[in-house]
Design a protein around this ligand. Structure first.
Ligand code: NAD
Length: 475
């Protein structure tokens, strides 16, 4: 298979190609066009040309086309889910039942929403002030390799629904499903040039895109290191930066133990642990620490690791051999730092013949972790849990906040006052109380500190994809 760029509604061949590989089998899935400055310039020019007509469409007409794209995704869930699983190693139970259906929902949700964009009025005795919301123009949408289709649609849906045009750049490690998104957008009747896709590497394709003077807004999801680079490269633009995380999962002694345990296991091992909102620092009150660790390890040992196309698999392969090496290096480091390795480790787990060349890591649990260790401070982005004891509420809050990141957080307690106090005190963009991460499309999604700036979701997506203008009329 060959994947080309999509520019002005046409498939554009690359001057060069790279391969995308199935991380479960190492088979080459496709030759992918590798874009650079020339393709980025052509794509931005196409988006700029398409912008006035698309922005000028009445919102209900745009909504119809955006909704139709969501319907086409919904119709193609099995095909898209299989492609996403093959390209990323994310297990089919997640891609087929959660991630691709949610991608379809993103379009229906923002189609509904774009017809409701309204303004405010601020009357004074001398002036009538009112707000207009304009689309921004050409937006750069940059997606990482974990849950790439969901992330790309989470950006594309509000971007297009609000009247902007886009150049989408997927991660070089996971371009397959976005290529289908481009085809489905055209099939839905979204005009040529409204959604353009340039494939390629960060340095060659990403950098010219974020630097381009005609790009007015950047919605980026990826690592904190790349986010920092983009902010420096891009100059003055609108930004939404959804970056890394190392989220605290705090379990107090009075928590509903079984539910907290379930959620803790889910929040670090689902999506292969390659999840920005993973509860990767599990802080447990010392009164229940030993019991929690025992039960957590027993659960981790039972998790099915293997073929991501098998409905029963919970953990599939890591996205690439490079990432596998990174995750293993952190497991080695954890041992050197003195944490107790209770299960998992660097040895590859046993898997079926079909996937025996896959990039596998067994669910790994470190206990007796000190929050200052690097395994507790760095985003490992794999199925590696760090369990840290704490003595009281004040220490739990101090440990939760003693980190550069601030994306998500989880608090488990049956004490209502404590739940609210701790939720308020944790430095994070999101806090889930007695719950795993449950996404509501209206909620502000995003992080603070090194986890990013800006929020997306519901009206929060106005921040990046709409430009408010105040009109003051003298009376
Ligand atoms: P990454 O930063 O390496 O790459 C992300 C994207 O940026 C890719 O498309 C890449 O090609 C591109 N890129 C790289 N260098 C660039 C440059 N100089 N200019 C422009 N674009 C460039 O991240 P990754 O390894 O693909 O993804 C994993 C990271 O993403 C983790 O840190 C994870 O926490 C984060 N993430 C965050 C969220 C969130 O919502 N906060 C969601 C998912 C993933």
């Amino acid at each position: 298979m060959r994947i080309d760029h999509l520019i002005a509604g046409r498939s554009v061949a690359g001057r060069d190609y790279f391969t995308t590989v199935n991380p479960a089998t190492q088979e080459v899935l496709a030759e992918v066009a590798s874009g650079g400055e020339a393709e980025v310039h052509a794509a931005v020019a196409a988006a700029k040309e398409a912008f006035p007509k698309w922005a000028g469409l009445p919102a209900p007409d745009r909504a119809k086309l955006v909704r139709r794209l969501g319907e086409l995704i919904a119709k193609n869930v099995p095909e898209l889910a299989q492609a996403e699983t093959n390209d990323t190693g994310q297990v089919i139970a997640q891609t087929g039942k959660q991630l691709v259906p949610r991608a379809a929902d993103n379009f229906s949700y923002f189609a509904e929403m774009c017809v409701r964009v309204d303004g405010h009025t601020y009357p004074t005795p001398t002036h009538l002030n009112y707000t207009l919301f304009h689309p921004v123009g050409v937006c750069a949408l940059i997606s990482p390799w974990n849950v790439p289709f969901m992330t790309a649609t989470w950006k594309t849906a509000p971007c297009l629904a609000f009247g902007n045009t886009a150049v989408l750049k997927m991660s070089e490690l996971s371009p397959l499903t976005a290529a289908r998104l481009g085809e489905l957008a055209l099939e839905a009747g979204i005009p040529a040039g409204v959604l353009n896709i340039v494939h390629g590497y960060g340095k060659e394709a990403g950098e010219p895109l974020v630097r381009h003077p005609d790009v007015r807004a950047i919605s980026f999801t990826g690592s904190t290191a790349t986010g920092n680079r983009i902010v420096k490269e891009a100059g003055l633009k609108k930004f939404s930066m959804e970056l890394g995380g190392k989220s605290p999962f705090v379990v107090f002694e009075d928590a509903d133990f079984e539910r907290a345990l379930d959620a803790a296991v889910f929040m670090i091992f689902s999506n292969n642990g390659e999840r920005c909102t993973a509860g990767s620092r599990i802080l447990v009150h010392k009164a229940i620490y030993a019991k929690f660790v025992d039960r957590f390890v027993a659960r981790a040992k039972k998790i099915a690791v293997g073929d991501p196309l098998d409905e029963k698999t919970i953990i599939g392969p890591m996205i690439s051999q490079g990432h596998l090496a990174k995750v293993r290096s952190y497991i080695e480091l954890g041992r050197k730092e003195g944490a107790s390795l209770l299960c998992g480790g660097v040895d590859a787990p046993l898997v079926s013949d079909r996937v025996k060349k896959g990039n596998y890591v067994a669910p790994t649990v470190f206990a007796d972790v000190d929050n200052r260790m690097k395994i507790a401070q760095d985003e490992i982005f794999g199925p590696v849990a760090c369990i840290i004891p704490f003595a009281d509420e004040a220490e739990a809050i101090r440990l939760a906040n003693d980190i550069q990141y601030g994306l998500s957080s989880y608090v488990w307690t049956e004490n209502i006052g404590k739940a609210h106090r701790v939720a308020a005190a944790i430095e994070a963009g999101m806090c889930f109380v007695n719950s795993q991460n449950v996404r509501d499309l209206r909620q502000p999604f995003g992080g603070t500190k090194a986890s990013g700036t800006g929020r997306e979701g519901g009206t929060w997506s106005y921040e990046v994809f709409l430009e408010p203008k105040n009109v003051a009329v003298s009376l």
